[in-house]
Design a protein around this ligand. Structure first.
Ligand code: SF4
Length: 459
């Protein structure tokens, strides 16, 4: 069956049963307009694999395809070169925000501690001409806090509102793209409305930081360093565009692997780089040691929401979460019992096969879960296709094992204890229940080009 959202051929993901499947396409064949001959020509024209992204080329319009592939190293160097020109009116403040799931890759690859890796990466980016280097952990703090509150509200409305539960996590753009394009109304109303950490970082940089620096948002060029290609598509979403300033919250996403390619092109290694403290959004204050959220391989939405809901809804303090593996290690569940009754049932479903199982249960009306942390990549974000890949496009398992160790050793900081987040809620967002919180930290997900055929998928 042909999905009408697809511009060319059958959706390759609907029939896909094997997460390791990977078909090579020349992703840039429609991108001739960007083939400027410069030192990054070879990098920008690298082949992309269908399996790099749940939203494979079949579901991208040609305009989206062109804009996704425009987000590459050439774009970063275009801005760096612009900033060297005499016409200062065209200069941009260049800000790069790094995802916490990228740092273990740099640490493990170059045999550094995660703190060294963060500072040397900052040193490298600044040596190129980047003005500010940020860590997106603060944006994940906001995203988790908003997701926690939304879950509790949905749980309380569950008997009045048909689509209140289950709630699905919204942080993975691969999953979101698939849900909106292929699964449509079956799941979109169940997706948490909190923005992903990437897009909240976009709001913080183009909103809060721009105002602190007295800059118009379009004067900042904001780059994200991320573990996957799907985040490039996410950055293009219309709801993350401000017409008044002709500005996207995130202008360009580069994968961790694309950053390493720049280093290789320049013949430098992280080990040669000077350590420079990572910037914060708050003037001269610099970031300290790297911290992470609860949860083994992701931003820990399941764990944070579970503990918060147990406390808020049932007055129970959960210190440790016990996972029960279901079909495989990427499909696990966590339950909370009170007076012999299961009052909370959460699941983590990673990878396409498990997403498929999940949706089957939903379609059959046999869905027991209140919340599911859905991630498109088996193993979670450390296994994003933009990092830790062998030359033939397979996960580099040895490197991934090291990355998991690095990530697990990073100290955990609860989002509730970040005093800057609390201060921003009060000073910038006008309180936790304000309309500004809704505008800045939330979005909406809906079926794209909903058609009879897309609703009638045979699983
Ligand atoms: S699970 Fe994979 S596709 Fe989804 S955000 Fe993480 S790295 Fe990207």
């Amino acid at each position: 069956m042909k999905c009408e959202n697809c511009t060319k051929k059958e959706c390759s993901k609907k029939q896909k049963n094997d997460d390791s499947q990977s078909t090579s396409v020349d992703a840039l064949s429609s991108n001739d307009g960007f083939e400027e001959k410069n030192e990054f020509y070879a990098l920008a024209n690298a082949k992309i694999l269908l399996s790099d992204c749940l939203a494979c080329d079949n579901c991208m319009t040609s305009e989206e395809g062109a804009r996704v592939f425009q987000q590459n190293q050439k774009e970063l160097f275009r801005i760096l070169n612009l900033n060297k020109k005499c016409d200062t009116s065209k200069h941009k403040v260049l800000a790069v925000s790094i995802c916490p799931q990228s740092l273990p890759y740099f640490a493990a690859k170059f045999n550094l501690s995660v703190n060294d890796a963060a500072r040397r990466l900052c040193g490298f980016l600044k040596s190129l001409g980047v003005h500010y280097v940020f860590d997106t952990t603060i944006a994940a703090d906001f995203s988790i806090l908003e997701s926690q509150r939304e879950f509790v509200q949905r749980y309380q409305r569950r008997n009045q509102e048909e689509h209140a539960l289950p709630m699905f996590a919204s942080a993975c753009p691969g999953w979101i793209r698939y849900a909106e394009r292929v699964l449509t109304n079956l799941v979109t109303s169940h997706i948490c409305t909190a923005k992903s950490p990437q897009q909240i970082m976009g709001s913080l940089v183009k909103g809060y930081f721009a105002r602190q620096q007295n800059l118009s948002p379009d004067k900042i060029f904001h780059v994200i360093v991320a573990p996957c290609y799907d985040k490039k598509l996410e950055a293009l979403r219309e709801d993350f565009y401000t017409a008044l300033y002709n500005s996207q919250e995130v202008d360009c996403v580069l994968t961790s692997g694309e950053i390493v390619q720049i280093m290789e092109q320049k013949n430098v290694s992280m080990k040669d780089m000077t350590e420079v403290a990572v910037d914060s959004l708050f003037g001269e204050i610099k970031e300290g040691d790297v911290v992470r959220h609860d949860g083994k391989r992701s931003d820990g939405y399941l764990e944070h929401i579970f503990k918060h809901a147990a406390k808020e809804l049932f007055g129970m303090d959960v210190k440790e979460i016990t996972y029960k593996a279901l079909k495989n290690k990427d499909f696990q569940e966590v339950t909370l019992e009170k007076d012999g009754e299961t009052v909370l049932r959460f699941a983590a479903a990673y990878g396409f096969r498990n997403i498929q199982n999940l949706v089957l249960k939903l379609k059959k009306g046999k869905f027991l879960y209140h919340f599911v942390e859905v991630l498109a990549c088996p193993g979670g974000c450390l296994n994003g296709k933009g990092q830790a890949q062998t030359e033939d496009g397979k996960p580099d398992k040895a490197l991934l094992n090291q990355m998991e160790e690095v990530y697990a050793a990073i100290p955990v900081r609860l989002p509730e204890t970040n005093m800057y987040v609390q201060k921003m809620y009060q000073d910038w967002l006008e309180g936790m229940d304000s309309s500004k919180v809704q505008e800045t930290l939330h979005t909406k997900y809906s079926a794209v080009n909903q058609t009879a055929s897309s609703l009638d998928i045979k699983w």
